[in-house]
Design a protein around this ligand. Structure first.
Ligand code: GLU
Length: 265
């Protein structure tokens, strides 16, 4: 059985998209990208799959609205930007999914949900009920009140959040979309011989070292947080695919079992 067969058979999928994928380098929202994402996800729903979208971009969208050109440094400023931006994100998703008459829901999570059995059970029930209704849950961390994520602690980012959601909901596949094609053998910005690694059977220390920090002005995670996230899913037997968001039809190709991005078993 080929490694990618699991992607072909995936029925419950968590898709994570990063801030730099839904904003332009100018900081403004990439409307085309968000629109295409809504179209593909609705199509997957129509085909009978359960999709959860984990979307970053709250702080980025807030910065744009308030007129900040650089990411704020104070926690209270980041939280204020996220509070403004989360509403904008959902308004835009509402509009784009609405074009296909696809219902969406907002779920803002905090780390304590994963530590409390009652909150955890209730959250699972909410997701399951949304699936029964054919609704696409759109998840982010509750940045306006929680501090774990945007303080940039080691695991504080939406890559980790998406992996935790995939485990929580027993997903078949996690797809992490970002502005890079996947994991490279070396930093492609510095080494012209660096090549894309299509499949990873085991995350070795060496591979973890190859993954550098975040190059993005707006995003929080880098390749290292994506690999750490995939450790969380692979421990539960859920594969992760790291792929570029530049062509969202890649999601279809991934689900056809094509060799897109990096597949982490
Ligand atoms: N939750 C943050 C936001 O929506 C993003 C965190 C991350 O980049 O991973 O702005």
């Amino acid at each position: 059985m080929g490694l990618r067969t699991k992607a072909k058979e995936a029925n419950r999928i968590v898709i994570k998209i990063g801030t730099s994928s839904i904003t332009y380098p100018t900081g403004n929202i990439n409307i085309q990208r968000m629109e295409a994402l809504a179209r593909v996800i609705t199509d997957l729903e129509n085909s009978g799959k359960d999709v959860i979208l984990v979307s970053s971009g709250a702080i980025g969208a807030g910065m744009d609205k308030i007129g900040l050109s650089n990411k704020p440094t104070l926690l209270k400023e980041k939280q204020a930007a996220a509070a403004v931006g989360q509403a904008i994100l959902m308004q835009l998703y509402q509009k784009f999914f609405g074009e296909y008459n696809q219902a969406i829901a907002q779920i803002l999570l905090t780390a304590d949900v994963f530590h409390s059995p009652i909150k955890k059970a209730n959250t699972v029930n909410t997701f399951e009920t949304l699936f029964e209704y054919g609704v696409v849950p759109i998840v982010n961390e509750n940045d306006a009140i929680s501090t774990e994520e945007i303080q940039e602690e080691r695991f504080g980012d939406n890559d980790t959040l998406s992996a935790m959601v995939a485990v929580l909901m027993n997903a078949d596949l996690l797809i992490i979309l970002s502005d890079v094609e996947g994991l490279y053998s070396d930093n492609p910005l510095k080494n012209p011989d660096a090549h894309l690694i299509h499949a990873v059977e085991k995350l070795t220390d060496e591979l973890m070292c190859v993954a550098g920090g975040s190059n993005s002005k707006v995003g929080t995670g880098g390749m290292i947080t994506k690999l750490c996230a995939s450790k969380i899913t692979s421990a539960k037997g859920i594969p992760t695919i790291l792929a570029s968001s530049s062509d969202l039809k890649n999601i279809y190709r991934i689900l056809e079992g094509q060799d897109i991005g990096t597949f982490i078993k």
